[in-house]
Design a protein around this ligand. Structure first.
Ligand code: CA
Ligand code: CA
Length: 182
């Protein structure tokens, strides 16, 4: 092997190492070493779960519930949760105003602790609720609940005639970040 070949081989090795490191970062497969309470070491693999749910129509007073078990593993520890609910109230008929719709978004943690928020859409008929939970250290399952609290009806300018607004559709995007013991 001449010196040029050796140089090429070394360059190839460096590129391979960089490529492997890059893949590990991109895939979220970095390991972490945590100090355990008993002085031992625990290793975890980090991972994520993204889910999107859509509904064409949720009637006023009704709710949809979604259950999640991050990693499909009761040993997985959820470290971050984000749920975003968005909706668009219907276009009103000409001359009428569509009064806002009100949704409630509730996340129930494995401990039973509840995180909830409620909002109605604006005049542009766009509505959204976002809940984020950071620094969670909880194992096991979570529940996300979407409730169509109240659908404001359509009214004429003099408030003499109304058309019932029965509810609304929505989109729900949920993200979990969790670590699984190795
Ligand atoms: Ca409405
Ligand atoms: Ca509506």
């Amino acid at each position: 092997m001449n010196s040029n070949d050796r140089l090429l081989m070394n360059i190839g090795l460096v590129i391979t190492v960089i490529a492997v490191l890059g893949a590990a970062v991109a895939g979220g497969e970095l390991d972490e070493t945590d100090e355990g309470g008993n002085g031992g070491e625990k290793k975890f693999r980090y991972d994520g779960l993204n889910d999107t749910q859509t509904s064409d129509q949720l009637n006023e007073g009704s709710a949809d519930e979604y259950d999640y078990l991050p990693g499909n593993d009761t040993a997985a520890v959820t470290v971050f949760v984000r749920a975003e609910l968005t909706w668009t109230d219907e276009d009103p008929i000409i001359g009428f105003t569509n009064e806002p719709d009100r949704f409630n978004l509730t996340i129930t943690a494995p401990t039973g602790r509840i995180f909830a928020d409620e909002a109605e859409n604006g005049d542009d008929r766009q509505g959204s609720i976002v809940i984020t939970i950071e620094d969670s250290e909880w194992r096991e399952g979570w529940t996300v609940r979407v409730t169509m609290v109240e659908a404001g009806d359509q009214w004429d300018p003099l408030h003499l005639f109304s058309l019932q607004d029965a509810g609304n559709g929505y989109e729900l995007k949920v993200t979990f970040e969790f670590k699984v013991p190795l």
